[in-house]
Structures are given as structure tokens and as C-alpha cells.
Design a protein around this ligand. Structure first.
Ligand code: GDP
Ligand code: ZN
Length: 332
């Protein structure tokens, strides 16, 4: 079965178009000199290097390349393509994105997914999860106004999971939805959360991301085969992101396992804004240009002292702020 009614959603909200204006699935003949090019809109459903699988409104998959060498797109992007042959095309342009989840190290940006409204960060008690990675992902989501939920997988490991849940309670207090579950036993607590969203599932490897995707999408294997065939890759490679339709209104993007989550693209002020619990205190410091790290009269530091801000979060903030200070000029 093919579902694609949700496929224009992200770009629609960015461009103010509505679903009934005939825009979704548009195909236009455009005169280009003496040649007629067939332009169509499609949804990127798999990204693998410079190879993209683009889904058209009739669910057909095309193998597409970007027109320019430096153009980079992501799963979830709505793009305008020009057919260049049977089941092949060139990506001309991308529609405005409503969100872009990405990370960046000192040298470059890595796009994870476009136009998502929800990010699902998967952790588990065993192997131990990396809380720094979680915090970094939450910051990236906050900055792009993507709702973040945290799945604590493997709750069948009862005692260890109880400890992990205690560690995660802080995020619940901050307003993030926590979804404890055992993907091996029952995925339904997550199904409810995903409804009517385009989501991306992220996490370090070993947490059970693949198990979750397979539990959510019984036909995941067939989808992967279909996409691999479109990309001529012969075999599926786990380094690519891939979009699955859940129903007519919901879809989920599986992304490669994360080891690091660089935030070099953020400015100092964006970093401060991404710590949602700092908000009541920022602006009440003695110095207008307070960085909330060592300054006397800092309202944020005072709140840490009163336990109104968790020291784990403030420590993470100060270490990220120090990183940003060493940012190379290319990012400035
Ligand atoms: P990924 O690297 O995040 O995609 O993780 P996988 O889905 O490959 O899972 C990593 C390991 O965790 C595998 O051995 C899974 O069998 C195991 N695993 C996944 N979900 C659960 C669960 O709910 N409970 C338990 N006990 N193990 C799980
Ligand atoms: Zn301050």
C-alpha cells in the first residue's frame, strides 16, 4: 500500500500553500529555449551521498542527482525535479523548509532530516546512553522548533531501566515527553505519539532504533528493497536515511546511528535560547552581555545555586559555550 497524502506537509506550511490548490503532485511543461522540460515535485525518501530517491505523487520512485555539485538535500525535502530518463531525474531546486535538523562539526554541516515536526531520540539502559548526545540533539530541535520526545527503549530490562528513568526524569520536568517502552514487546506507546507527524528517529547505535522502525513498519523490508532498487545500489546500505509512510498523515524518517552531535552552527545567543529553563532568568543578570558562565550577579548561576536549574544542564551549557568560543572564522 502507498501513502503519500502527507508528503507536501512541511513545504506547504513554509510556503503557505494549501493542499487543495492543485500544487501537490504538480507537473508542468516549461519552455526552456526550444526544449520542453517536464518539471515535477517530489519528496526525497532516501538520501545516500549524492544519490536521492524521490517519490512522486503517484508513489513512483526516481533516482535523482542534484544539479549543482555543492547542493545538498535531505530526506523529507520537497524538491522540483526534471526527468532525465526512465526512472531518473535531476533535482533543480528545493521548496522552503519548515524545519531542518542538522549537526555540524568544525568543518561542515550534516543534514539529518528536513520538514520534520517531531524528533524521536532513542535511549536505553543497556548499553548506557550518552546524555551529552541527548542534550545536544534537544538543543538542535529547540533551535528549529521541532518537538522532541525521548524514548526509553528496553524497559524489559527492569532494574537498569528504572535507573535510566530516574536519570531522564529531569527531561520530563523540562517538558519533554518521555515514552518508556520495549520495542521487542509493544511499540504501541510510540505509535500514538507519531500520529499526524512527520518524525525523524535518531539515537546512538545499539539503542534499538532499527528494532523500533521494524516494529512500527511491518513492511519496512519491502520498502528498503524498493528504494535500493530505485537507487541501483544492489544492496541496502545502513548509512542512508530513509522515509517510511505510516499512514496518510504520518511518516517517519530513520537516520543513521549517531556518535557525535556537533553544534558549531549555533550562535551564543541561540545556545542560551535552547536551554528552555534559562528563560525566566536571562535578562535579569547584572551585566547586559552576561554569558552565564562565570559572571558575578548572573541570574542563571544564582538559579543553579537554588536548584531551580539542574547543574547537569548548566554544566552542559558552559561546556558548549566554551566550544563555541573556539569556533573557526568560517562559522562565525
Ligand atoms: P540500533 O543500532 O539502534 O538500530 O539498535 P538495534 O535495533 O539493532 O538493537 C540493538 C540491540 O538491542 C539488539 O541486540 C536488539 O535485539 C536489542 N533490543 C532492541 N530492542 C530491545 C528491547 O526492547 N529489549 C531488549 N532487551 N533488547 C532490545
Ligand atoms: Zn547571566
Amino acid at each position: 500500500m502507498h501513502y503519500h497524502a502527507d508528503w507536501m506537509r512541511g513545504a506547504e506550511s513554509a510556503s503557505g500553500r494549501d493542499e487543495n490548490d492543485g500544487y501537490a503532485g504538480r507537473s508542468n511543461s516549461v519552455n526552456q529555449g526550444n526544449r520542453k522540460a517536464l518539471l515535477e515535485d517530489g519528496l526525497i525518501v532516501a538520501a545516500h551521498g549524492r544519490h536521492y530517491a524521490v517519490e512522486l505523487s503517484n508513489a513512483e520512485l526516481l533516482h535523482c542527482y542534484p544539479r549543482g555539485r555543492r547542493n545538498v538535500y535531505a530526506c523529507g525535502d520537497v524538491v522540483e525535479i526534471e526527468r532525465s530518463g526512465d526512472r531518473q531525474g535531476t533535482i533543480n531546486s528545493v521548496h522552503p523548509r519548515s524545519s531542518l535538523l542538522y549537526r555540524s562539526d568544525r568543518h561542515r554541516q550534516k543534514i539529518i532530516a528536513a520538514n520534520v515536526t517531531l524528533a524521536v531520540f532513542v535511549v536505553a539502559a543497556r548499553p548506557a546512553f550518552n546524555e551529552d548526545l541527548l542534550m545536544r540533539c534537544l538543543i538542535a530541535c529547540e533551535q528549529q522548533k521541532i518537538t522532541a520526545v525521548i524514548v526509553l527503549n528496553k524497559t524489559d530490562l527492569v532494574e537498569e531501566s528504572a535507573r535510566a528513568a530516574t536519570q531522564l526524569a529531569l527531561y520530563g520536568e523540562l517538558g519533554y515527553t518521555l515514552v518508556p517502552l520495549s520495542a521487542k514487546k509493544d511499540i504501541s506507546p510510540l505509535e500514538y505519539v507519531l500520529r499526524n507527524h512527520r518524525s525523524v528517529v535518531v539515537g546512538q547505535s545499539g539503542m534499538g532504533k532499527s528494532t523500533i522502525v521494524n516494529a512500527l513498519i511491518p513492511q519496512a523490508g519491502a520498502r528498503t528493497a524498493e528504494i535500493s532498487q530505485a537507487l541501483d545500489s544492489g544492496k541496502h546500505t545502513t548509512t542512508s536515511a530513509q522515509l517510511y509512510h505510516l499512514d496518510a498523515e504520518s511518516s517517519i524518517i530513520d537516520s543513521p546511528g549517531l556518535q557525535t552531535f556537533g553544534l558549531m552552527h549555533l550562535s551564543q545567543s541561540e545556545l542560551v535560547e535552547s536551554f528552555r529553563e534559562f528563560k525566566p532568568f536571562v535578562g535579569h543578570c547584572r551585566f547586559d552581555d552576561c554569558r552565564h558562565t562565570v559572571e558575578p550577579g548572573c541570574a542563571v548561576i544564582a538559579a543553579v545555586g537554588r536548584n531551580e536549574i539542574d547543574p547537569r544542564r548548566w554544566n552542559a551549557y558552559t561546556s558548549l559555550a566554551a566550544d563555541l568560543e573556539t569556533k573557526p572564522p568560517a562559522w562565525a
